[in-house]
Design a protein around this ligand. Structure first.
Ligand SMILES: Nc1ncnc2c1ncn2[C@@H]1O[C@H](COP(=O)(O)OP(=O)(O)OP(=O)(O)O)[C@@H](O)[C@H]1O
Length: 587
């Protein structure tokens, strides 16, 4: 999801501060301590020059040796102590807190995100953002930032110190070290592109996996479970190709970088040897320098190894940020609550893609409190979109939606959802007890209230026959509830919620006649004395509706009672006749 290709180290630092949130002071302090630690480590290395000089001089002076050795020991001690305190940040639980805070923030965002935006994400994508990406984005805090500091600060201090010893030797290092820069840039470009492609491919793989597992029964029935599960197979291959490509492309810069220190050593030995021969450089100074430089091999090679960690973090946090930056739908002032439950759509237009392709066009209708309104029309004409606009799935592109004269933009999402119950065609039951699945509609409900709702929803008897009655875990039933039974549990939820408006999204469309009768009975209890909107495919179930909205291609082309529109609307008449014919064939 990120458009960024290459963040500078400063940007990575700024991101880190943002991630650290309220712990940013601790993070900055830890970076400062690491900085002091590695400056002093560089100085301790540099003490090799005077120390070796003192040891190997023609007349060694023990006091001078102790003097330089004491400095070396002092710098090393400061380095160890400050490094220890620097790591306090990762050892004392801050990183766990930061990870937790980030997940809580993302969780809140998901709760308040407009459903329209949420629906644009694949489940696997959100899954990888909340799990892997959160972990990756804080990876570098602690050990990795210490390592990074070490590989940049220590060589810099050594080069600077060498200037005081012999500027020519320092210049050799300064001339060769900048060759690391293009290598660094190539490596980062490869790495950041690989990370982005890898993240996209990985979330796609997660989505395909989730889809594969959920669709396993269907895949089995069409013999597509093995290698024939093409999409999953492709997703796995894509991840492998990206990883292989990335590994191949980043090996060369790593090898060259590793050789760079060897090259410096060779040039130092060659030129240093000449200068020693000519008498312009002390042999002991050259020897000390070779010892110090050879100690830089490891940090410089590590440098390129550490870069991908920053890129992983950068790419992961940018993905997190796209979620954090999503704006919740605004509740307009003054905040209001609906006191009555008439519904009015006035000149409503809506486009999913925020362009001129409207899924709803100039929708106008009024629903009286406690009446029954049905929406009918061919598939894709906009029936569900109307109900989504009532639930403020997104803001309408034009026009207004009102409940009891209050524009729903002035109602908080909580207030709005308090007023509406929805019964969907596909029921989702959570992996929890039957009781808790119903109770979630009204957390403070007593068991008696729940049983009463279940009796009304015509599901009390079959729940009692479950292995542990109301305490039976839905997961333990292993999908053994029928569609009609699940549907009645969801209706019990809606009855318990007791919202004044009920939306029925074709709840009986996929049920057989026996289940349909049982569910219809439950629905009859639910809709009593409420404002009801029903999306109906079977027109026979809505002939008694107070108003029927006939839709075609996003518009309401006719509205009225069954007896009126069967005469005035050709579309409705044709649908009715087609369904009556089917009924005759089926009987
Ligand atoms: N999330 C979405 N993003 C983009 N377009 C969408 C989205 N959901 C629906 N649409 C489009 O909006 C139009 C209306 O869809 P809607 O689901 O409201 O129709 P419907 O009448 O309820 O259909 P059905 O009876 O098949 O459920 C369709 O053209 C559909 O493709």
């Amino acid at each position: 999801m990120t458009n960024k290709k290459f963040s500078s180290l400063y940007e990575v630092y700024k991101l880190s501060i943002e991630i650290a949130g309220e712990y940013k002071i601790g993070f900055k302090r830890s970076l400062l301590l690491f900085f002091i630690s590695f400056v002093t480590l560089g100085l301790a290395f540099a003490m090799f020059f005077p120390l070796l000089k003192a040891i190997f001089s023609s007349q060694p002076d023990i006091n001078e040796i102790i003097y330089w050795f004491s400095f070396m020991a002092l710098f090393s001690a400061i380095s160890i102590i400050t490094k220890w305190f620097g790591h306090d940040f990762d050892y004392s639980g801050y990183i766990v807190e930061i990870t937790n805070d980030l997940r809580v923030k993302l969780g809140k965002k998901l709760r308040n995100m407009p459903l329209h935006t949420l629906s644009k994400y694949k489940t696997g994508e959100l899954n990888s953002i909340l799990s892997a990406n959160v972990d990756e984005s804080i990876l570098h805090m602690g050990v990795i930032s210490a390592l990074f500091m070490q590989i940049t600060v220590v060589p810099s201090v050594v080069v600077l110190f060498t200037f005081f010893i012999d500027y020519r030797l320092a210049l050799i290092m300064l001339v060769i070290l900048p060759f690391a820069i293009p290598l660094y840039i190539i490596k980062r470009k490869v790495s950041i592109e690989e990370k982005k492609d890898f993240n996209d491919a990985n979330s796609n793989l997660e989505s395909q996996l989730i889809e594969y597992i959920q669709g396993l029964p269907v895949l089995r029935s069409v013999n597509q479970v093995g290698k024939n599960a093409k999409q999953l197979d492709l997703a796995v291959k894509k991840v492998r190709t990206i990883q292989e490509d990335g590994a191949g492309k980043s090996t060369l810069p790593l090898l060259i970088m590793g050789s760079l220190v060897e090259i410096i050593l060779l040039v130092l030995v060659f030129l240093g040897g000449i200068w020693v021969e000519q008498g312009s450089l002390a042999l002991i100074t050259l020897a000390a320098l070779l010892v110090v430089v050879s100690r830089l091999t490891e940090p410089l090679t590590l440098f390129l190894g550490v870069i991908p960690v920053f890129d992983t973090m950068d790419s992961a946090f940018n993905r997190i940020k796209t979620v954090l930056d999503i704006k919740s739908l605004k509740t307009y002032e003054p905040k209001q609550e609906a006191k009555s439950f008439d519904i009015e759509f006035e000149n409503v237009f809506y486009s999913y893609d925020k362009d001129e392709t409207y899924s709803l066009k100039n929708i106008n209708f009024k629903i009286k409190q406690n009446s029954l309104t049905a929406i009918v029309g061919h598939s894709g004409c906009g029936k569900t979109t109307i109900t989504k606009m009532l639930m403020r799935y997104d803001d309408v592109s034009k026009g207004s939606v009102k409940i009891g004269d209050v524009n729903i933009k002035h109602m908080t999402q909580k207030e709005l959802m308090k007023d509406i119950s929805v019964v969907f065609q596909d029921v989702y039951l959570f992996d929890d007890t039957v009781l808790n699945n119903i109770k979630m509609a009204k957390p403070k409900a007593t068991k008696d209230e729940i049983i009463k709702a279940c009796k009304l929803a015509n599901c009390h008897d079959f729940i009692q026959n479950l292995p542990n009655s109301y305490e039976t875990n839905i997961g333990d039933l292993g999908g053994n509830l029928s569609g009609g039974e699940k549907q009645r549990i969801s209706i019990a939820r809606a009855i318990l919620k007791d919202a004044p408006i009920v939306i029925l999204d074709e709840p009986t469309a996929s049920l057989d006649t026996k289940s349909e009768l049982a569910v219809q009975k439950a629905i009859d209890s639910l809709v009593k004395n409420r404002t009801v909107i029903v999306i109906a495919h079977r027109l026979s179930t809505i002939t008694h509706a107070d108003n029927i909205l006939v839709m075609n291609e996003g518009e309401i082309i006719q509205q009225g009672k069954h007896e009126q529109i069967i005469v005035s609307s050709d579309l409705y008449k044709n649908m009715w006749e087609a369904q009556t014919r089917t009924k005759v064939w089926n009987s």
